[in-house]
Write a protein that binds this ligand. Sequence first.
Ligand code: SF4
Length: 252
Amino acid sequence: MSEPADNQELACLISSLRMHLQRRERVGIRFVPSENLPNVTKSMTIERNVLGPEGDLFAESSPTAQAQNLEELRSAIGDCQRCKLWSGRTHLVFGVGNPRAKLMFVGEGPGRDEDLQGEPFVGRAGQLLTDIITKGMGLKRADVYIANVVKCRPPENRNPEPDEVASCEPFLKKQIDLVKPQIIVALGKFAVQTLLQSKVPITRLRGQWHRYQGIKLMPTLHPAYLLRNPADKKLVWEDIKKVMKELSSEST
Ligand code: SF4
């Protein structure tokens, strides 16, 4: 590559890094552990695919921000390596369901089964969510849209770390923007705290209506938690009944 082109690329990367760090600082991340620093040479090649002219990965002119539908967004995300979770994944688990769903479920991240199959909520917790949708709500899984906060499986199913959530959440927000659901059900602490930008425990948030970008949002417990604490299924059922009531009033 010629020297001017090198300088232009360097300026682009510095600008992108500055905006990336500012975004992380806004969500409370003040340092990056040295072992998490990306391979710069590798990242330069990959991230150029999603950079806008301003150098911000989510600039108005970037392919991710410009995506007009979910297929275009998935294509723009490509073989994402924006956070360290990419190295352990089998599949990037984007999302599934009706692209015009009235109801959207948002979970935390893929587990082992989801990573292997490339689809969210297909393991034991996923079966429980499917039961809630089909047996509880009388809907088909294909009627709703299902996605996660992080698209790649955290190792050993650990919690996603703040820098991983900060890197991946713009993809979720764009998905919501494209699907335009009437109601979001946020499953578990990470989905709720990410969308509401709140540190309030989910036990205090669940069961009450909140708003995300004007969309009604119902926080409830994650199906994986219910597998460990089946007595709390009744709490989720109470939340889901409120969602069903709201859905029926929205359609009349
Ligand atoms: S978790 Fe999200 S940001 Fe991280 S590599 Fe996967 S798709 Fe990219």
